[in-house]
Design a protein. Structure first.
Lengths: 79, 352
């Protein structure tokens, strides 16, 4: 797990629910356990829904930063 | 249960029904009884416009129909129904229409081979309804399917003054409209905050749909206005660090609601009632209803509650204990026919 150098990045600004979550899920499936994915999502509905769904899939959200009108999530792949 | 049903049919006390023509019907093989056609409704056989034809309502608690039973229903329905469909009732039960009353015994015998039972109508506890609950629905907080099957096993068919409908919803979205039921149970979870685990990410503030959570502009740490909270647990599910945790968890209890011509909004009487107290509440409510309803004929519990609210509160408070809502109010009519300006609900004589 490397917080400073995520293994993959997804810019999901402007991508609506639930497509943003689906893209995140598919990306995580390609990755190895313990690797970190950086995802940028919009405020509003995406930030209310996407973290919850990622958590329900069993992955770990290790960092959340608010950057202007959007959020940067660091997700560690679990399992 | 089957015996109880046939006994109850005989004593169905809707006086108008006594005037209807009587027929000899075989409800179980080799056991013929004389009924008037309206009385059969009590056994789940609902008279149709068409002479001698009935809709047979099946017992499908919580709308969950095991595939073996579904296959059996699909197999036997065409043998006895004059139509090629079943109807799904508003209370989740499968109904087989256009069945001749002389086929009742054969139909129920065939269905029983897969364990499928016929439901009931009339003045009694009906088949309970429920959403899919927490078992697989992401919003579900309580396993209402489990509770629904428990209610069906223990309380289905108990005689009351009038119909008595119980429904369960797993969360405050309340898809099963517990406020429109004679008795309703809805899942709820109290959120508790653990400051040490909180990273100030603000996700909870975005996840809360009620405006109950505000995040500090600098630190991002939340404050909760519990007066706005619906106990839906969205914050708990969204929190990445499990800083929001489950506190008290249980059932919101509503009573005295109904739909129909003049819907009544049920009263909320308890919050976070533990699941294992649900049965006791049902029993005590039915006890109160049957006692206060004595000699009153077909009266719904909501009407009795409007009239005798304080009496009910005094009766039920010791049962609900610490889970009782302090300032519960009597059920109220929910006027839906706004053009009907002349109608006023009979003002119940309120007893002190």
């Amino acid at each position: 797990m490397d917080e400073k150098n995520p293994a993959a990045h997804l810019d999901l600004r402007g991508v609506v629910c639930p497509i943003n979550f689906v893209k995140t899920k598919l990306k995580l499936e390609e990755m190895d356990t313990g690797q970190v994915l950086e995802v940028i999502i919009d405020a509003g509905e995406p930030i209310a829904n996407v973290p919850r769904s990622i958590k329900e899939e069993g992955h770990k959200i290790i960092k959340v930063d608010k950057v202007e009108g959007h959020f940067r999530l660091l997700i560690e792949k679990v399992g | 249960m089957e015996d109880k049903k046939s006994i109850e049919i005989k004593y169905d006390h809707n006086l108008e029904e006594q005037k209807r023509p009587k027929v000899e019907v075989e409800l179980e093989k080799g056991k013929k009884e004389v009924f008037n056609l309206e009385q059969l409704k009590s056994g789940g056989y609902i008279r149709q416009r068409q002479k001698d034809l009935f809709t047979v309502r099946l017992r499908c608690p919580g709308g969950r129909v095991p595939l073996e039973k579904l296959k059996k229903i699909a197999e036997v329905a065409p043998k006895y129904s004059k139509k090629d469909y079943v109807h799904i009732s508003v209370r989740q039960s499968i109904e087989i229409p256009y069945v001749h009353y002389q086929d009742f015994a054969k139909l129920s015998e065939d269905l029983a081979k897969a364990g499928q039972k016929v439901a009931s109508c009339g003045p009694r506890v009906r088949v309970p309804t429920a959403c899919s609950g927490c078992e697989y629905n992401p919003n579900g907080l309580v396993d209402v399917q489990k509770l629904c099957q428990e209610i069906d096993q223990k309380y289905f068919g108990i005689q009351c003054n009038h119909k008595f409908k119980i429904s369960l919803s797993g969360c405050p979205i309340d898809c099963f409209r517990t406020n429109e039921m004679d008795l309703g149970f809805q899942g709820a979870v109290e959120p508790l905050w653990d400051e040490d685990a909180c990273t100030g990410c603000r996700i909870c503030g975005y996840a809360c749909k009620e405006g109950a959570l505000t995040n500090d502009p600098q630190t991002g740490k939340p404050t909760i206005d519990i007066s706005k909270c619906l106990y839906c647990a969205d914050c708990i599910r969204a929190c990445p660090t499990s800083s929001w945790k489950e506190g008290r968890k249980g059932l919101v209890v509503r009573i005295g609601g109904r739909h129909g011509r003049h819907p009544v909004n049920g009263s909320l009487i308890a919050v976070f009632l533990p699941e294992n107290k649900m049965g006791e509440v049902i029993e005590k409510v039915i006890e109160w209803y049957n006692d206060r309803g004595k000699g009153r004929g077909r009266v719904r519990i909501g009407d009795l509650l409007m009239e005798k609210w304080q009496d009910f509160v005094n009766f039920i408070k010791p049962v609900l204990g610490e889970y009782a809502l302090a300032n519960s109010e009597r059920p109220k009519f929910n006027k839906i026919h706004s053009f009907q300006t002349g109608w006023m609900p009979e003002n119940p004589a309120i007893e002190a």
